[in-house]
Design a protein around this ligand. Sequence first.
Ligand code: NAD
Length: 456
Amino acid sequence: MDLQSIASVLRDSFQTKGVTPVDLREKKLELLKALIVRREADIMASLKADLGKSSFETYTTEIGFILEEISYTIKHLTAWTKIKKVKTPIALFPGTSRIHPEPYGVVLIISPWNYPFQLCLSPFIAAIAAGNKIVLKPSEFAPHTSSVIKNIIEEIFQSDDVVVVEGGLEETQALLTQRFDYIFFTGSTAVGKVMMKAAAEYLTPVTLELGGKSPCLIEQSANLDIAAKRIVWGKFLNAGQTCVAPDYVLVPRSLESELIERMRYHLKSFYGEDVRTSTDYPRIVNHKHFDRLKKLIIEDKIAVGGENNREENFIAPTILKGVAWSDGIMEEEIFGPILPLIPYDSLDEAINSILKYPKPLAFYVFSEVPQKQKDIIARVPFGGGCINDTVVHLANPNLPFGGVGTSGIGSYHGQKSFDTFTHYKSVYRQGSLVDIPLRYPPYNAKKLSVVRFFLR
Ligand code: NAD
């Protein structure tokens, strides 16, 4: 299919074939699930080739996540797609009111390379569930996974329902000149702006799942051992290439050394004496990101790690101590296995420093005092986060996942995903037998007093 005409071909199909019946959407999702299960080995191999991910990590954060999402969607789809009757005010008597969920039409989904399977298919499942036609653009920086995704999708979906476009900048730009009914983008804040500009041309609604610096705040009362363990787990998962990974840690100055020791201990228990030989520790996606990350390491502040190897795109889990807000590493999202610790003297000072940055995608608080937890959460605006944990909030389908401000617009997961790709059409239905004359001119004082009675 000609790249330039994809949106219009899918729109023709949407208009001529009509909205896909709900039972057919369910059937397609079941087929998709079964095929993913059958192709598990290929998916694992592609993620190994693209990012060096272990089977455990691939299953937990990519395949299993998606299977669960499909099951959840199928389970709730009938309820979500029902036309819902809502109350009608007495002033509109004797009509009735209903909300009709309808698909937007033709949607464009663009995804990044860090969780290349999950972040591509998660919005895709919702867009299918809602009945849309879809153009799916997996990341060019995870080419093996992109190819498996194309292969799987093309086995199940017809080319006038779903088109998978592989490629990079040129292909994405060609897609962005076309009119879509919705754009769902996951990636950097900088490219998010490109998406929104392109969407503005046709006033296309967008969801932007972006990034930024997600802080982790350790409060004086925290269980330091648990904090250290859960922070290094969340940070070094996928070698730090996770949008919601803790970007930096604020720690009371008096606890910094102990925190480092506990982090060192847990890293060793996760990955052994020599991380490079651990099959559980992934690699940096490419040389470009390796070079970018290497420059962020401040040699004289390394507390743990620092070892690296360009040929293998390997950077060991690296913890930097005594980092200052003015250090270069605090200027951009790290998106790799380097964790700066910033010691603080007062909680107020720590929170005020976080507030100087744009609103983060995620925020993590470690504290054993419920009132402190509440106060801190109330003071810091952020997309989503955890108290005494990291990253796992995104695994709960009842918690909408998304950013705020420069970390994103809109959210998804669970029913919110279905809502994202659905327009809720409001319809008031009136009969013709009764026609109350109140609203029609000529108006008079009596009519006004009746209206006053109802509208107050
Ligand atoms: P990116 O923004 O560089 O690229 C995303 C995709 O956009 C690319 O695959 C490419 O096809 C396209 N693209 C890139 N430049 C473009 C341009 N100028 N014009 C049009 N299209 C363009 O992001 P990335 O490097 O793939 O991913 C890393 C970023 O994504 C990080 O900032 C991370 O925090 C963020 N992220 C966010 C989430 C989330 O759920 N909020 C999840 C994963 C990653």
